[in-house]
Design a protein around this ligand. Structure first.
Ligand code: B12
Length: 210
């Protein structure tokens, strides 16, 4: 097996080498196949591979930080070229309290915005109070909660209950790697869904678009 088997592998190698031009070229090439391809089929597997290397002590946490920062800057540089549609119904996307993994949630926010929502990304580690305040002010049709680390599930039930008490109550999607295998989370009927990819979020949210 060669090292460079997929675009995701090539992107990972460019990120780990801190090779901005190569990372940029790889992302740009993937972007010609669509933002969802770039995100789901190139960036996501590249970062998963980098995470595995860190978990096996093959790279340091500092190297992982450098790679993630480079990925974010390469994606940011492409933003002006994304085919953003006019803003549609508001959606709020947030990482739950204590959750520092923000790139996946940002991807969900971007793909929803590209699909006609007005996605407002609140970022990493959003406290319940800050989220509820923002939701009360903005009255979004949709709220998306991102959970990567399993402990983040703990606070979900009270947060979901608080969101459902709002009038009007927003539709709710919960997802991220920390929810894998938790698709049976006890959400009240009609309240939402637990999903694991940004593509799935977009498809699910379509049925709710006002
Ligand atoms: C970069 C990174 C970090 C960075 C994050 C920086 C940042 N600005 O985001 C930093 C250094 C902060 C970090 C910290 C930690 N990390 Co980390 N990290 C990663 C890494 C390498 C990449 C994450 C990423 O961006 N992935 C790319 C995105 C696109 O994938 P994604 O997050 O899964 O998102 C996709 C889907 O999940 C989905 N999605 C996301 N949200 C939602 C929401 C909804 C509703 C839906 C439908 C879908 C959805 O959409 C995305 C596209 O499909 C991963 C490896 C990996 N496998 O991902 C490890 C990883 C997640 N980290 C891990 C660990 C252990 C940690 C730390 C505990 C390490 C430590 N000891 O400090 C801390 C915990 C911090 C915390 N409290 O959150 C482990 C988690 C293992 C586990 N399951 O418990 C991983 C898997 C690495 C590994 N292989 O062991 N990390």
């Amino acid at each position: 097996m060669t090292l460079e088997t997929t675009q995701g592998d090539r992107f990972a190698q460019a990120l780990l080498a801190g090779d901005h031009p190569a990372a940029n070229a790889c992302a740009r090439e993937a972007f010609t196949r669509g933002v969802d391809y770039l995100y789901e089929d190139v960036v996501k597997p590249a970062l998963a591979r980098i995470g595995e290397m860190w978990a096996r002590n093959q790279i340091t946490i500092a190297e992982q930080h450098v790679a993630t920062a480079l990925a974010q800057s390469v994606l940011g540089a492409l933003y002006p070229e994304f085919p953003w549609p006019p803003p549609g119904p508001p959606a709020i996307i947030a990482c739950v309290a204590g959750e520092l993994h923000e790139l996946g949630a940002r991807m969900v926010a971007d793909l929803l915005t590209l699909d006609g929502w007005d996605g407002m990304f609140l970022g990493a580690d959003v406290s319940d109070a800050a989220l509820l305040e923002r939701v009360a002010q903005t009255r979004p049709a949709l709220v998306v909660l991102s959970v990567t680390m399993v402990p983040g599930r703990r606070g979900l039930a009270p947060l979901v209950a608080s969101l459902q008490r709002l009038t009007p109550a927003p539709k709710l999607l919960v997802g991220g790697a920390g929810m894998l295998g938790k698709e049976d989370l006890d959400l009240p009927p009609g309240a939402g869904a637990v999903l694991s990819s940004a593509r799935a979020a977009v498809e699910w949210a379509r049925r709710w678009k006002p």
